[in-house]
Design a protein around this ligand. Structure first.
Ligand SMILES: Cc1cc2nc3c(=O)[nH]c(=O)nc-3n(C[C@H](O)[C@H](O)[C@H](O)COP(=O)(O)OP(=O)(O)OC[C@H]3O[C@@H](n4cnc5c(N)ncnc54)[C@H](O)[C@@H]3O)c2cc1C
Length: 345
């Protein structure tokens, strides 16, 4: 029997960052995850402190970005690679009103660290009203992040690629097959709906598609462009373009409307031919109040859930995984805003 303090189920951003924070304090854990195409794996990996519809920011943006930089340096110490790509986001303005709004907002104390008041024009694309740069924005190299972090965990025996079968938990002994644990933490994203202990949580799917495209005239600059969706290079040949938002489509399978929406969105500012090489989709786990949901099961105090990362899986995952570790290990209270008991009667 292997004995660990924590058994983590699910290896998206939530479970992977939690495992990392445990590793940093040398706390024994095992992470069990299947290898299905999760929301995390299809995400753009954007780290963006600005809300690009209204040019605002959000709760804890600065703290979250700072922690992410620290964590990526820690991850580099054991994978040998820093997975943060420091290419900023440039928002393509629709018209002069947007330019004016951006300039006005960039003078505000809370937004000045994020909205660059100096505009830029790029070649190759259509941007007659220029673009605004989101300072401090960057992105995670998603596929290498998961490959290398999971690869390291696996090489140390901390990760098992398998489906977790809920009926095999022994609630009294606190065991799962040959693993004895003190606490179990479910980080399953939208698959929480299949979890017999937490399926009641008000976590709702928001389906997102993205395309990988080949551009006939590659972009001769290093930046992430954003008009309706994000465009950035994946490698020498292919670019990521996405993702869409759809709260109504809960079925598996490609949605032709989403694909058409993406192709039209890209054509709006990329006036050259492009080829759609592949389509991917995932389900963002969202909560109505836009806060993660973290806490113990009302009846089984050794069972925890960490979910509801919404559209900000990277920042929320990294930041709140550390809050959760410090709560579990050092009895630090969880922030009121993310506690699971806000949904209990
Ligand atoms: C198209 C798209 C683009 C996005 N872009 C961004 C972005 O740019 N930046 C950003 O921050 N966020 C982005 N997001 C949001 C982000 O992807 C999510 O917030 C995040 O992935 C949620 O992470 P998670 O770990 O909670 O869930 P998931 O990523 O769904 O991971 C859960 C994992 O647990 C596994 N699992 C579940 N049940 C079991 C079981 N019983 N046994 C074994 N394994 C199990 C699942 O298979 C999965 O691998 C995007 C999402 C989409 C769909």
């Amino acid at each position: 029997m292997k004995e660990v303090d924590y058994l983590i189920i699910g290896g998206g951003y939530a479970g992977t960052f939690l495992a990392h924070h445990l590793l940093m304090k040398q706390i024994p854990f095992i992470l069990i995850t299947d290898q299905h195409e999760s929301a995390s794996r299809v995400s753009a990996g954007m780290v963006n402190p600005a809300v690009l519809k209204k040019f605002t920011t959000f709760w804890l943006a600065q703290e979250q970005i700072e922690l992410l930089h620290e964590v990526c340096t820690e991850i580099e110490s054991y994978t040998g690679k820093n997975h943060l790509i420091k290419e900023t986001v440039h928002r393509i303005f629709h018209d002069e009103n947007e330019q004016r709004l951006w300039l006005k907002k960039s003078e505000r104390e809370d937004l000045a660290p994020f909205l660059n008041p100096v505009f830029r024009t790029f070649s190759t694309i259509r941007n007659p009203h220029q673009t605004g740069e989101v300072l401090q924005s960057c992105r995670i190299d998603v596929s290498s992040f998961f490959e290398e972090v999971h690869g390291y965990f696996k090489s140390k025996g901390y990760l098992q690629h398998a489906h977790f079968n809920y009926t095999e938990i022994d609630l009294k002994q606190k065991t799962y097959r040959d693993i004895k644990f003190k606490k179990i933490i479910f980080c399953e994203g939208m698959k929480v709906r299949q979890n017999p202990y937490f399926s009641w949580l008000p976590v709702h799917p928001n389906k997102g598609h993205h395309l990988t495209v080949k551009l006939s005239s590659p972009l001769a600059f290093k930046a992430t462009l954003k008009k309706k969706h994000f465009l950035f290079p994946l490698n020498k040949e292919q670019y990521y373009y996405g993702g869409t938002y759809d709260r109504d489509q809960t079925d598996d399978g490609f949605d032709q409307n989403a694909i058409a929406q993406l192709q039209a969105g890209l054509s709006e500012f990329y006036p050259h031919p492009f080829e759609t090489a592949s389509v991917h989709y995932g389900f963002r786990p969202t909560v109505k109040d836009r806060r993660p949901v973290i806490g113990a099961h009302p009846e089984h105090d050794f069972m925890y859930v960490f979910n509801g990362l919404g559209a900000r899986g990277v920042l929320n995952g990294c930041y709140f995984a550390r809050e959760l570790r410090d709560h579990l290990q050092f009895a630090k209270p969880l922030p009121q805003e993310v506690r699971l008991d806000r949904f209990e009667e």
